[in-house]
Design a protein around this ligand. Structure first.
Ligand SMILES: Cc1cc2nc3c(=O)[nH]c(=O)nc-3n(C[C@H](O)[C@H](O)[C@H](O)COP(=O)(O)OP(=O)(O)OC[C@H]3O[C@@H](n4cnc5c(N)ncnc54)[C@H](O)[C@@H]3O)c2cc1C
Ligand code: FES
Length: 333
């Protein structure tokens, strides 16, 4: 049984539990959100003992070298001494709410103005902390050229701690804290400009894709861009008119809204976005693939895209994991 020393106290890990779960069980509060090793909220630093490699996956090499790790996925096999991260590792910036627009009754477009420079790529995600102290990740739908204005699309989750607060309590001119950006699901002009793009998103998984599409068009992408946006109900399809207008404006941009449930509207294709996308584009060798939204869709499509010819490094994902979902990694044969 591994022992964790934190703030001069010793805690015993039981039943293969993570560092985060062990500390939480003992009443020690550590910031956390996804509990899946994605959002970086639960970052901690080891000073003694071996940190398992699994707890450092997707962490920047400079942070790995300083022995940082994700406490939510760290299951120590030997005694370790750990600390909270240095304050300058993930600084929190103040951002002011300048617009709250309902895109659908349960989907909000939130526009923030960062008070200091916030450098990001469209499609990356940030961590937002509300006045209730809860932190969650949201993907960035705007272009960095937007003068420190940041656009987010937020779905209201029933009984969700932060999303309901953002919907019901957060007001225009109120301040929130943001940190990041994180994630590598974004358009890279020099590598992607001359390759076809396949983008598949469910629900607010459209947010990063919308950012990536705007970026690609802004960078004068030379090949086709195919967006498949899916949801079960019409209430989760949004920005339809904006995307149809964009399609009219740009010959190389194609947009297919898909509905998998019983509701329908003219213009939407019946079925799941991922299934329809692969039916229409079965050969993905030489393509760049972007998958965003529901973790099950992202995980399944990552495997399928790979099997249908996309190189692993050409598959970019933004999985909206929350603590009920566990990612399964894929490995080339
Ligand atoms: C990298 C990343 C990017 C993300 N980007 C976006 C984004 O652009 N837009 C967006 O709306 N969300 C996004 N999310 C999800 C977001 O971070 C929160 O998980 C979501 O807003 C719910 O938070 P909450 O505090 O309201 O709910 P919580 O209090 O965390 O959860 C309440 C309950 O709802 C369940 N739950 C949480 N999320 C979901 C869900 N999506 N579907 C079904 N059940 C759920 C929880 O398991 C729990 O039982 C992203 C997540 C990640 C990891
Ligand atoms: S990375 Fe640990 S809570 Fe998100």
């Amino acid at each position: 049984m591994a022992r964790i020393t934190f703030n001069d106290q010793v805690y015993h890990c039981v039943n293969n539990e993570s560092v985060l779960d062990c500390l939480t069980r003992h009443g020690v509060s550590i910031p956390s959100s996804c509990k899946s090793g994605v959002c970086q909220t639960c970052l901690m630093r080891g000073s003694k003992g071996k940190i398992p490699k699994d707890a450092q996956l997707d962490l920047k090499p400079s942070l790995v070298n300083q022995n940082y790790f994700f406490s939510c996925v760290c299951k120590p096999t030997q005694d370790i001494n750990i600390h909270l991260p240095d304050e300058d590792i993930n600084p929190k910036l103040i951002a002011t709410v300048i617009q709250k627009n309902k895109l659908q009754p349960g989907i909000l477009q939130l526009i923030l103005q960062s008070q200091s420079p916030f450098n990001y790529q469209a499609g990356q995600f940030l961590n937002l902390t509300g006045a209730n102290g809860i932190t969650r990740s949201y993907s960035i739908a705007s272009l960095p050229q937007a003068n420190n204005q940041i656009e987010l699309h937020i779905k209201k989750i029933a009984s969700g701690n932060l999303s309901t607060w953002i919907f019901d309590e957060l007001e225009i001119a109120q301040e929130v804290l943001i940190s990041g950006p994180h994630g590598d699901c974004y358009y890279m002009t020099e590598h992607h400009r001359h390759q076809p793009l396949l983008l598949i998103g469910t629900g607010t998984g459209l947010a990063p894709l919308y950012g990536i599409i705007q970026d690609a068009l802004y960078q004068k992408h030379t090949q086709a861009i195919h967006l498949f946006h899916g949801s079960r109900a019409t209430t989760d399809l949004y920005l339809v008119d904006t995307l149809l207008a964009l399609k009219k404006q740009h010959k190389n941009f194609n947009y297919t809204p898909c509905l998998s449930g019983s509701s329908s509207f003219s213009g939407a294709t019946k079925g799941r976005a991922d299934v329809i996308a692969l039916q229409q584009h079965p050969k993905l060798k030489g393509w760049q693939v972007f998958l965003c939204g529901h973790p099950d869709m992202v995980n399944t499509m990552k495997k399928k895209s790979f099997l249908q010819g996309a190189a692993l490094q050409a598959i970019h994902t933004d999985s909206f994991v929350h603590n009920h979902h566990v990612e399964t990694p894929i490995k080339p044969n």
